[in-house]
Design a protein around this ligand. Structure first.
Ligand code: CTP
Ligand code: MG
Length: 274
């Protein structure tokens, strides 16, 4: 069995508003991507504590399954490539895990596709797609604990072709109707969705490499407008009729989207020393 992680870091970070790609924005003095890679490094250096708790000190666990490859999907501009390549190089030096770099696309899904193609190129047809587990991680989820990666890998290896980590929803969620053509705010409640059935989905999402290959064929056969509604790979699996398993996510794995998320991550790092 093989394990690979694709980190999509090619987004421009418009909502964060720093004028540079989000993965390069500094969080506690280091680029956001460096926080992701630190936790993946902890994953490779166990002992692990699946379920999201902090791992123990970095003594390598000989029983821990290895990580065979990391693919970093990068923005196009030279300065970002330099910053993020250095982060990848540091990770490779610390772990010995091969790091492959590729350029992302205009949407998250095209960046994921670029990452999978790079992985296939790196594996050069020698990996069995059915027994290769691939995690797709948003660079923007800087604080995803190592235990979540381990839990998702373990679920794929236990036979689930598609796996998402998720949390229960605490807000009450209502479905609304927006009056067509009406001024902003002209909305009425259609229904309250039963909260017990709702989950907020995070990354890393896990798949067999075989399912990802089938998903791209499936998507390629759809009309563009329909393909564009499938914004993550788990949605493609759902549309294909593949069962998607849900495993526990982590409160720490919040996505850094706007300035207040960055401030919250800073203070979490200060209080926990993570
Ligand atoms: N992503 C990517 N390629 C894109 C768009 C997004 O690799 N063309 C990645 C981002 O780098 C991020 C993840 O997908 O790690 C989730 O996207 P999001 O949080 O929306 O990040 P950005 O697109 O960078 O932010 P914004 O939408 O505010 O511009
Ligand atoms: Mg975006």
């Amino acid at each position: 069995a093989r394990r690979a992680i694709i980190v999509v870091a090619a987004g421009s970070g418009e909502r964060l508003g720093r004028g540079i790609p989000k993965a390069c924005v500094e969080l506690a003095g280091r680029p956001i991507l460096a926080h992701v890679m630190q936790r993946i490094q902890e994953l490779t250096q166990g002992p692990m504590n699946p379920g999201g708790a902090a791992p123990g000190p970095g003594t390598p666990d000989p029983e821990a399954p290895g990580l065979d490859a990391v693919v970093l999907v990068l923005p196009a501009d030279k300065s970002s490539v330099e910053t993020l390549t250095a982060v990848g190089e540091q990770f490779r030096t610390a772990t010995g895990v091969p790091v492959h770099l590729t350029r992302g696309g205009a949407s998250r899904s095209s960046s994921v596709r670029a990452g999978v193609h790079e992985l296939l190129r790196a594996a050069a047809g020698t990996w069995d797609p059915a027994s290769t587990s691939v995690l797709i991680q948003d660079a923007a989820r800087a604080m995803t604990p190592p235990g979540v990666y381990e839990t998702v890998f373990a679920a794929v290896e236990a036979g689930a072709p598609a796996v998402v980590p998720a949390l229960r929803v605490t807000d009450t969620i209502k479905r609304v109707h927006t009056e067509p053509g009406a001024a902003t705010g002209a909305e009425t409640v259609l229904e309250t969705v039963p909260r017990s059935e709702l989950r907020a989905v995070q990354t890393p999402q896990g798949f067999t490499l075989q399912l990802l290959q089938r998903a791209f064929d499936f998507i390629g056969d759809l009309p563009d407008a329909q393909a564009e509604t499938l914004t993550d790979e788990a949605m493609i699996a759902e549309a294909m009729g593949v069962e998607v398993a849900v495993v526990p996510g982590s409160e720490q794995a919040v996505k850094i989207t706007g300035p207040s998320d960055l401030a919250a991550a800073e203070s979490l790092i200060q209080t926990t020393g993570a």
